[in-house]
Write a protein that binds this ligand. Structure first.
Ligand code: DHB
Ligand code: MG
Length: 230
């Protein structure tokens, strides 16, 4: 067998470390695995968060004593299950999903994971659903993982629906570095993500960081904490 190159060795070690981290901190149970299988069968893309991101969301939910969580973009309900499991029995997750077909998959995922009592999927464009959530605010944690050009708009709403100490997390805020600079702004999705990162940095009520959280170091989460009003 040919000896592995230095690059191959680095990739192998990264992969092994990721595996070890997942095994120790973020092991998926049957319900989470079933959700991924159901998503694939329903023809949904396999672009859900990874288990370590799911566990990080749970840690962040604990950090802000989350009783109410808002998710924008449900996909198949995989992240929703991680989030709902971070809630007390009296807690509430509202997840917004634009596709009625996807929302059906999400509902079944929540039922089979035993979180349907505290997790609710609302069907429709988030642009229309968000203004209707004012009476249910504040949300302690908001997780944004939806259409990328709308991220700056979703951030405005996340802040409006939050309280000091709320945490706002957004997926895909690195994009192999493209979402961190002005180099690829002709892509509307990348432009939205870059604008999102800038907004989290310049907003006087936010303290933010982006973390690469996949094993290739190519994509990850923007995490922002809502500060008290000055
Ligand atoms: C895409 C969207 C996501 O939310 C993600 O995590 C990965 C990829 C996409 O639209 O391609
Ligand atoms: Mg995503």
């Amino acid at each position: 067998m040919q000896q592995e190159t230095e690059l191959q060795q680095q990739a192998r070690i990264r992969h092994e470390v990721e595996e070890n981290l997942v095994q120790l901190f973020a092991i998926e149970d049957e319900a989470l695995r079933t959700t991924i299988t159901a998503a694939r069968k329903a023809g949904l893309p396999a672009i859900q968060i990874n288990p370590l991101q799911g566990k990080l969301l749970q840690v962040l939910a604990a950090a802000c004593n989350a009783q109410k969580i808002l998710e924008i973009g449900s996909l198949a309900g995989y992240s929703g299950i991680w989030l709902a499991r971070a809630l007390p029995p009296t807690g509430r997750l509202i997840t917004l999903e634009v596709s009625p077909a996807h929302a059906e998959v999400v509902q079944r995922s929540f039922e089979q994971a035993g979180v349907a009592d505290r997790a609710e999927v609302r069907v429709g464009s988030a642009h229309e659903s968000l203004p209707q959530l004012v009476d249910e605010a504040p949300f302690d944690l908001v997780f944004i993982d939806a259409d990328k050009p709308s991220y700056p708009h979703y951030l405005d709403w996340a802040i409006r629906l939050s309280r000091p100490g709320s945490i706002i997390v957004a997926d895909n805020c690195i994009r192999a570095g493209q979402a961190l600079s002005e180099s690829a702004l002709d892509d509307q999705g990348v432009a939205g993500l870059y604008q999102y990162n800038l907004q989290t940095l310049k907003h006087p009520r936010l303290r933010a960081i982006a973390l690469a959280m996949d094993e290739d170091y190519t994509d990850g989460l923007n995490i922002a904490v809502v500060l008290p009003e000055a």
